[in-house]
Design a binder for this molecule. Sequence first.
Ligand SMILES: Cc1cc2nc3c(=O)[nH]c(=O)nc-3n(C[C@H](O)[C@H](O)[C@H](O)COP(=O)(O)OP(=O)(O)OC[C@H]3O[C@@H](n4cnc5c(N)ncnc54)[C@H](O)[C@@H]3O)c2cc1C
Length: 440
Amino acid sequence: MLRALPPHAADQSHAMNTVIHWFRADLRLADNPALTRAAHAADRLIPVFIHPPAQRTAWGFERVGPHRRHFLATALADLDAQLRAAGSGLVELHGDPVERLADLVSHTGATGIVCEVIPAPEEETQIAALRAAGITVETHWQSTLLDPSTLPFDAANLPDVFTAFRQNVEGAGIRPPAPIPAPTRLPPLPDGLFPGANRMPAPPPPADPRSAFPYALPAFHGGASAGRAHLAQYLARGLPHSYKTTRNRLAGIDDSSKFSPWLALGALSARQIHAGLKDFEARRGASDGTYWLWFELLWRDHFRLLHRKHGRHLYRAGGLTGSAPPTHDYAAFARWQTGNTGHPLIDAGMRELAATGYLSNRMRQIVASYLIHDLACDWRAGAAWFEAQLVDFDVCSNQGNWLYITGRGTDPRGGRRFNPDKQAAEHDPDGAYQACWSTP
Ligand SMILES: Cc1cc2nc3c(=O)[nH]c(=O)nc-3n(C[C@H](O)[C@H](O)[C@H](O)COP(=O)(O)OP(=O)(O)OC[C@H]3O[C@@H](n4cnc5c(N)ncnc54)[C@H](O)[C@@H]3O)c2cc1C
């Protein structure tokens, strides 16, 4: 917690108190306790986003691909507009986040940094490095639906198996806190900082009319404005009621909620979605579909809480098991990446992913299983490819789902193998999906 920042700027007897709010995966003003806290503590507030340097993965491809870069750029433009409307603006910097933040503190005399917790090793190392450099950093846990302090177990005793976790939560009647409103006015930026000055263009990749998440259209842009409008139309059209029966389909925009890209950047919070669903249930009744959306959002929470419990052990080749490192076949992996395995369903999925940056949950499961269990490749390479491609890449959900399928996480069933022929017969009986993606 914060050591040096005052509880409120008005409590300061000395001159200007400058505070940095470091936006990480929380690109919204509403339901952002870290931002609200920073705004209360500051006379001058610096909302900043740091673009890390481009990297290549150990598997030989760029870590963040063009779909993600463009989706993020639309989210940042929207965030900047909202900050400006509240009297502030978004400062964008490029480089190593720890170095850039340390420079910013030293150039502005900021008393500290406020930001969200991301319970993953790289992100936790950044916070530790800032603190080791003598910088005050106050972190807020704010991306789960549930408040961990209300759970009937502490972090170390989190049930490892999802069903036990869910039953504990539901049995104890735990409900998420209500989302908090956006601050209407924010403290101004210090002199000499200019929002938008360092923005880098991220041109959209060619739009593909087959996309199930057509992020080139303004309605699917990355920011909170589009995210809130998407949630509102999803509820207004009564789609929660059909969710449970359509969620395993492979291709339609409305077959699943498509909340994930906004959740991944924090443009929407899980609590905002939950509040919308509760309001929907009050007006239009609860159903299997509304329950199942809660159920899936609990999966998302469980992966975050598993990260808090098991930390970097989730990133070992053997995951939480003592298994030997997996085998890897670079040539087979390249065929998988490019949709050239020879299996029409797998190739369709991998082409869709590369062309659009999105893939249904069912297809993610099928292609991940195929890579691990049929092509005998390293699950970490698959996770890295998803990280590069998915507009909804989320470190905890991605790592957690890959571990689940490879059987090196906490699931007692030792992995999930999906037979692609059976999956095709069940989920694409007329071959429409495979025909749609028979070409890149
Ligand atoms: C190998 C693999 C990798 C994945 N990587 C990611 C990732 O990087 N980011 C990501 O958000 N999801 C990931 N998922 C989970 C899931 O596929 C997506 O959340 C979902 O497809 C997103 O579409 P939607 O918003 O329409 O989901 P819906 O079906 O409408 O679900 C509503 C919300 O519930 C949550 N949710 C649903 N299923 C899961 C799940 N299995 N795990 C965690 N949360 C879930 C998501 O937040 C989602 O937005 C992965 C799944 C697999 C099998």
